[in-house]
Design a protein around this ligand. Structure first.
Ligand code: TH1
Length: 833
């Protein structure tokens, strides 16, 4: 449908085109107008939530202007776009980010003050957009920020979950999950009821004779669910580029809602169909680094991939280019294997619907896709049962078999003598039932595969994808070390530090070229600068202490060393090692004389993070931390020397308060298990030091900031296999006496719930200690003692912090996006004007 306004009328149109506010007065005007008319409130009943809503709507209007222009510009430019497919986008709050990116936060601050509000109170009314579990989802959000800031024509595609990651309450020391219904009032999304796609499930495949006598296939029958697009603007920092994040929502297809049934009085079954369709986008699966193989999850994946590809193909077809030009116009990045079906769907569209030959289609497909691997944890590698896929996606399963056949024939030609190789690399695992290995499918269907930190990329080349390296050669496999956006994680979360840095560097250019931070290094010995630096850290700790006081009732001393571990709770991340260390510290203090105690550096051990609802051991760890806190925090012998805090409901907006307040943070995964980690980068960028293992991006952080600025400990990845072997097959297992003392205290009921905590101890003592807690315990404890010592010399400590921050330039997500753009996507920016 041609919908553009005819030339003669365009002047009238342009006369009324809105530019968006720029002054304080205009901001107030817009905000009050929204509060009074859009929200139908007045100055007699405008609470902070209404003030937030009005402010958000005023900023939204401003974003829309540039958003529309950006989309037009990108359409006219007719150049390659990037599509980032991710089942998770952990966006957090949008208002603060929008204010800073368009450079009008100060205007809003003054305007809100005029209207009777404090900007912080208004900002904190916003509900986090929490469509993700942890690092993988937050990485996708940082990438969107960088893509827009660097003016890349890029779209994000995801699902519009009605419920994001659950909210966590800690009740009597146990995690309780509360549904996160976040769509009540969401000014940032735009329903596009005219952008819909019909998505098919189940049914059968009909074979028929095509025009040229060839056998063709068509997917028929089954049921149809409708995908409706919802769009959210993604503003770049200090640029007019405002990209689009498109979220798909499921509903019963209009033709499908059975009015016949409805009119016949079968009300319930007709409503049931409706609800079943809506279930697809109802809820985010709350597992981080774990695949549970549920049918509804597969439905989500296909629904989202099919809708996104339909959209991408529709956009391409408008350009009327030849199909062979598709990879010149479209780059699709797969965030882990969750969107792997997009590969199969594009092949299906090209051969079944567009009638291309298999080989021609497959060349287009593989040139279009890139795949990012984020984990080597075996339980996280996705596999779908063949019978499940046969039932839900019969045509896709056939295409997967054909992809596999072609691939295996190629492998056989290349390695004719190696029969074992074929079963090792087959997409289909010959198990009972047979399984589709999604990581292999994603690798075979992409032109590049990347890991997310150097160690991780080396590991995947030598483990999961070893055979594929010999088949395709090493160039198909590459590394793009993760990064974070300095806009949110420095400028927004830590405005005072950002301002201090800007005052020394002569402006805020470092926010778009983080390597400029290196000019800070010369101030590492500057007395005055160090004092200001310390004051800011202290103020950030006071703020966190207030949050802790308000939410837990426990008062912590902001002068104490803040030791923080916040991330999803997982055995491989080893929160258990941390809490066992805390117990060791507690027992050690208890055994000290008052004189000895006086020499100690007071410490606050802060934990936070969600456990997957079905992960019993992770929940046990949470309970242990809370139980230890209950004892330690009320022990008169201990006082300020040790406090143990569990921060409830760790999420993006809490991270913005927590990260700037750390002295030391813990990144202590078993070597070789944490693909990258990204909070390690956030903490160092905010002037905190880290204690960590030689794992993930810790290794590159060490290389950049220098070994003397990080507290490394523990066994290396290369030794993990032998250590595990020794646990299982070795003769004797002698426990470190300190760890033994800790277990004795736990088992004797010092912290209550001895039965449950026994199981945790036993996983280490009797059941193979898969995560090597016992192997790393003593070096962990010793390294923590080094931290205590180092913290006493504040001059030296602050110098380390400044030096570290000055060397963090590499870890900007802008650098990642540059690498993806150059090495994988081959796309150019489109700079406004
Ligand atoms: C995480 C990795 O564990 C982490 O090390 C990395 O920094 C982050 O991704 C970003 O690259 C992962 N999250 C998930 C979530 C699911 C499945 C696999 C992974 S890997 C659901």
């Amino acid at each position: 449908v041609e919908s553009s306004i005819p030339e003669p009328q365009r002047d009238a149109w342009k006369k009324h085109t809105k530019k968006g506010f720029t002054t304080k007065d205009e901001f107030e005007d817009e905000t009050v107008r929204h509060i009074e008319t859009t929200l139908a409130r007045s100055l007699f009943n405008c609470d902070e939530l209404a003030a937030y809503s009005g402010t958000a709507l005023a900023f939204r209007d401003r974003l829309i202007v540039e958003w529309n222009k950006t989309q037009q510009r990108q359409t006219f430019a007719d150049q390659k776009r990037v599509y980032y497919l991710s089942l998770e986008f952990l966006m957090g709050r949008a208002l603060d980010n929008a204010m800073l990116n368009v450079g009008l936060k100060d205007v809003a601050k003054d305007g809100l003050k005029d209207l009777g509000f404090r900007i912080e109170d208004v900002i904190s009314q916003e509900h986090d957009a929490a469509l993700g579990n942890g690092g993988l989802g937050r990485l996708a959000a940082c990438f969107l920020d960088s893509l827009a800031t660097m003016n890349y024509p890029a779209w994000g595609y995801a699902l519009r979950y009605r419920y994001g990651i659950f909210k966590q309450q800690i009740i009597d020391g146990y995690q309780v999950e509360i549904p996160d219904y976040w769509l009540d009032f969401n000014p940032w999304e735009f329903p596009r009821h005219d952008v819909t796609v019909e998505i098919q499930f189940y049914g059968w495949v009909r074979k028929y004779q095509g025009e040229n006598g060839k056998t063709k296939a068509s997917w028929e029958g089954g049921e149809i669910v409708e995908a409706v697009a919802y769009d959210a603007p993604i503003p770049g920092y200090k640029t007019a580029t405002t990209n689009n994040l498109r979220l798909w929502s499921s509903k019963a297809a209009s033709g499908e809602f059975d009015f016949q049934k409805f009119n016949n009085g079968e009300y319930e079954s007709s409503v049931g169909d409706q609800q079943r369709a809506e279930t697809i986008s109802a809820v985010l699966y709350p597992n981080d680094n774990l695949d549970r193989g549920k049918e509804l999850r597969l439905k989500q994946q296909y629904f989202w991939c099919a809708a996104s590809l339909y959209d991408i193909v529709r956009r391409f077809k408008k350009s009327e280019k030849a199909w062979s030009a598709f990879p010149d116009m479209v780059a699709i990045q797969l965030n882990d294997t969750h969107p792997t079906l997009a590969i199969v769907e594009l092949q299906r569209i090209l051969i079944d619907i567009e009638a291309l030959e298999w080989d021609e289609a497959w060349t287009i497909v593989t040139n279009t896709f890139g795949y990012t691997n984020h984990t080597v944890m075996p339980e996280a590698l996705e596999k779908w049962s063949v019978p499940l896929m046969q039932n839900l996606l019969p045509r896709h399963l056939q295409i997967i078999y054909d992809i596999n056949m072609n691939f295996l024939q190629m492998v056989e030609r290349k390695f004719p003598k190696d029969r074992e190789m074929l079963s090792r690399v087959s997409i289909i695992e010959e198990s009972q039932p047979k399984m589709v290995r999604m990581a292999y499918l994603a690798t075979i269907g992409s032109h590049k595969v990347n890991g997310v930190a150097e160690l991780h990329s080396d590991l995947i080349r030598t483990t999961v994808f070893r055979d594929f390296v010999s088949i395709y050669g090493p160039d198909k496999f590459t590394n793009v070390t993760n990064g974070i956006t300095p806009r949110r994680w420095l400028h927004q979360a830590n405005p005072r530090l950002s301002e201090l840095i800007a005052s020394k560097l002569g402006g805020y250019e470092f926010l778009t070229d983080l390597t400029l931070l290196n000019k800070l290094e010369q101030f590492a010995d500057d007395k005055e600068f160090k004092k200001e630096w310390q004051e800011i850290k202290y103020a950030n700790k006071v703020r966190l202490a207030q949050h802790i006081g308000n939410t837990t009732g426990i008062s912590v001393n902001p002068k104490a060393l803040f030791d923080i571990q916040v991330k999803r709770i997982h055995e491989y991340k080893r929160q258990q090692l941390n809490i066992l260390g805390v117990i060791h510290r507690y027992l050690t203090i208890k055994a000290m004389s008052p004189e000895e105690r006086k020499k100690l550096a007071p410490r606050v051990s802060i934990f936070g993070g969600k456990a997957a609802p079905g992960y019993w051991m992770a929940k046990t760890v949470i309970h242990l931390v809370c139980s230890v806190g209950e004892v330690v925090n009320h022990d008169k012998d201990i006082g300020d020397l040790l406090k143990v805090i569990y921060i409830e409901d760790y999420n993006v907006s809490k991270a913005e308060i927590i990260t700037p307040a750390s002295d030391i943070s813990e990144h202590i995964s078993t070597a070789g298990t944490e693909a990258s980690g990204t909070s390690n980068m956030k903490f160092v960028l905010n002037g905190g030091l880290i204690i960590g293992t030689c794992d993930g991006a810790n290794i590159e952080i060490t290389r950049e900031i220098g070994e003397s600025n990080i507290f490394l400990f523990g066994n290396l990845a290369e030794d993990v296999e032998d250590l595990r072997h020794a646990h299982t097959y070795g003769n004797s297992f002698t426990l470190d006496p300190d760890l033994s003392r800790v277990f004795t205290a736990i088992r004797s009921g010092t912290f209550g719930d001895a039965a449950r905590f026994n199981a945790l101890c036993n996983s280490i003592v009797d059941h193979g200690d898969y995560y090597l807690v016992s192997d790393d315990f003593s070096s962990y404890v010793k390294t923590q003692e080094l931290v205590d010592e180092a913290y006493k010399d504040q001059e030296e400590w602050v110098a380390k912090c400044i030096q570290s921050v000055s060397r963090m330039g590499f870890f900007s997500s802008d650098r990642c996006i540059q690498e993806y753009a150059d090495m994988i996507w081959n796309v150019e920016p489109l700079v406004p004007q």
